[in-house]
Design a protein around this ligand. Structure first.
Ligand SMILES: Cc1cc2nc3c(=O)[nH]c(=O)nc-3n(C[C@H](O)[C@H](O)[C@H](O)COP(=O)(O)OP(=O)(O)OC[C@H]3O[C@@H](n4cnc5c(N)ncnc54)[C@H](O)[C@@H]3O)c2cc1C
Length: 146
């Protein structure tokens, strides 16, 4: 695929999000996260409009807004605007930013209700078991400091 997110032999076919492999200016591939997928979607749409107006394709440039991850109940880590934040404040920021980034009132309301229910009922929607190349889970491995 090209830096403008379309296939080399089929310029009318765009590849975006998790299906795309593209490297940034420093040579590292863009991560498979929602921000990349959303920005690539917007870029592909802009390219279509540019073509309709006879303008040339432009390469995709990722605007890294930061990273956030929930690491437990009421606990998250975040790197926003070059600052590291952790704990409850990072968790609240994670909730607010994720809901704000969703499209449409209905989606936001549904996600909020789901999250509220999971929070008060202690239900977890997704559980991941990390397994190493030796076949052992992270729980079986030696304790590591974080
Ligand atoms: C467990 C998990 C947790 C994650 N957590 C985060 C996170 O906290 N933050 C973050 O930024 N990213 C997270 N990600 C990554 C993020 O979800 C993806 O990077 C992002 O959703 C990619 O968007 P996409 O549009 O490329 O693909 P998707 O969001 O997967 O959308 C693809 C869509 O295409 C549909 N589809 C598939 N095949 C067909 C077909 N043949 N015909 C029609 N429709 C089809 C699928 O049903 C789906 O709706 C997480 C991913 C996983 C799996």
């Amino acid at each position: 695929m090209t830096p403008a997110l379309h296939l080399v032999e089929h310029p009318e076919v765009f590849v975006i999000g998790d299906a795309a492999y593209l490297e940034g200016p420093d040579g590292t591939p863009y991560p498979q996260v929602a921000q990349v997928a959303m920005q690539q979607g917007e870029h592909a749409a802009r390219t279509v409009i540019d073509r309709l107006h006879g303008r040339p394709d432009r390469p995709f440039e990722y605007d890294d807004l930061g990273m956030m991850a929930v690491v437990g109940r009421n606990a998250a880590v975040a790197r926003l605007f070059g600052r590291d934040i952790q704990g409850f404040v990072a968790w609240v920021l994670w909730l607010v930013i994720h809901v704000a980034k969703l499209i449409g009132f209905r989606n936001r309301a549904l996600v909020l209700v789901n999250w509220a229910w999971n929070y008060i009922s202690f239900r977890r929607a997704v559980r991941l078991l990390i397994v190493g190349t030796d076949g052992r889970s992270d729980r079986e491995s030696a304790p590591r400091s974080i």
